[in-house]
Design a protein around this ligand. Structure first.
Ligand code: IPM
Ligand code: MN
Length: 365
């Protein structure tokens, strides 16, 4: 029997509504595959600030590092918005990503046939979309040096944050993207702003030179502005998208409107070794918290990614994806879905649990 330790970090707001669903589904899918989990719940974000005064307690980090995978909800709450930066919930997330060295952020966007009417685009534009954004996560402008505040000669305040990418950082994430693209439909689109930014110029040069090692992968380059337009105009042309931390953040929210709700999007953050972080793309959603109306799909599909990428338990991952499809086939929809949706988060969740998580194939993410 296989055993894994999962660090469970629900964090703030709706993290506490969707993560219990993901945990339950993991337990069920695992038991059907002879996999046993021990779940260790740990505080992060605002919850941790309340408890011990810092957003990422040492204990949470230590245990996360010792785990086989980290399942994370969301961090952030208005109460903490005016905190100094080192005491903001969001800082915990950046610190955790840095400490676990999870440089590769995988954000799949698929339009399931059951949800094709939920798109904000025309149905015929959205149907069949199956793309993966691979976002660099631990470098770039988020992790800038130098950065800070200063004043100029006129005494005017200046805020600055300098983007840089080194050749090795670009190669590191590009290697992941080429290998994944090779296993998907063999198309890799690298997104940058190489007309203006030095980091992007180097990015494009390194991706171009790595392409010669992957003759089976068809590589293209798009500027971020064109990529944004093309994602809306003709999203089916994309297979694997490779981009930096900032552009990847924006493009993934933009792309969320193709399936029609950020409540549908899972993500994985992976390093070369050690535990990955698996979390829904959505945030803590203060406006929706406490109503049991949010969509647990993003968290549940993040649990499937945890199984696939974190633990290499493909069969259990497929069971979860199939269960999600079964629940959708029965017509259950939470309210974020653009088509009539009335089902509560707990109801959606109990429906998942009732399903015999059978193995059949969904779309591979
Ligand atoms: C995301 C979030 C984070 C990011 C924030 C909360 C730091 O927006 O995961 O997309 O920008 O990486
Ligand atoms: Mn984001």
């Amino acid at each position: 029997k296989k055993r894994y330790t999962i660090a469970v970090l629900p964090g703030d707001g709706i993290g506490n509504e969707v993560i219990p669903v993901a945990v339950e589904v993991l337990r069920l899918a695992g038991s059907l595959e002879g996999i046993y989990f021990s779940f260790e719940e740990l505080p992060i974000g605002g919850v941790a600030l309340d408890l011990v005064g810092v957003p990422l307690p040492g204990e949470t980090l230590t245990r996360a590092k010792q785990s086989d995978a980290v399942l994370l909800g969301a961090v952030g709450w208005p109460k903490w918005d005016n905190n100094p930066k080192h005491l903001k919930p969001i800082t915990a997330l950046l610190q955790l990503r840095a400490a676990l060295e999870v440089f590769a952020n995988l954000r799949p966007i698929t339009v399931l046939p059951q949800l094709v009417n939920s798109t904000y685009l025309r149905k015929e534009t959205a149907e069949g979309v199956d793309l993966l954004i691979i976002r660099e996560l631990t470098g770039g402008i988020y992790n800038a040096h130098p950065r800070g505040f200063t004043t100029n000669e006129q005494g005017e305040e200046i805020g600055f944050c300098t983007e840089s990418y080194s050749a090795s950082e670009v190669d590191h994430i590009a290697r992941v993207a080429f290998n994944i693209a090779k296993q998907r439909r063999g198309k890799l689109c690298s997104v940058d702003k190489a007309t203006i930014l030095e980091g992007s110029m180097l990015w494009r040069k390194r991706v171009t030179s790595m392409a010669s090692e992957y003759p089976e992968v068809e590589v293209s380059h798009l500027l971020i502005d064109t990529a944004a337009m093309d994602l809306v105009r003709h999203p089916r042309q994309f297979d694997t998208i490779l981009t930096g931390v900032m552009f990847g953040d924006i493009l993934s929210d933009l792309a969320a409107m193709i399936p029609g709700s950020v409540g549908l999007l899972p993500s994985a953050a992976l390093g070369d070794s050690g535990p990955g972080i698996f979390e829904p793309v959505h945030g803590s959603a203060p406006k929706h918290y406490g109503k049991d109306t949010v969509n647990p799909m993003a968290a549940v599909l993040s649990a499937a990614m945890l199984l696939r990428y974190g633990l290499k338990e493909e069969n259990a991952a497929k069971r979860i994806e199939e269960a999600v499809c079964d629940v959708l086939d029965r017509g259950f929809r939470t309210r974020d879905i653009h088509t009539p949706g009335t089902v509560s988060c707990p109801f959606f969740s109990s429906s998942l649990g009732k399903i015999e998580l059978n193995v059949t194939f969904m779309t591979r993410i």
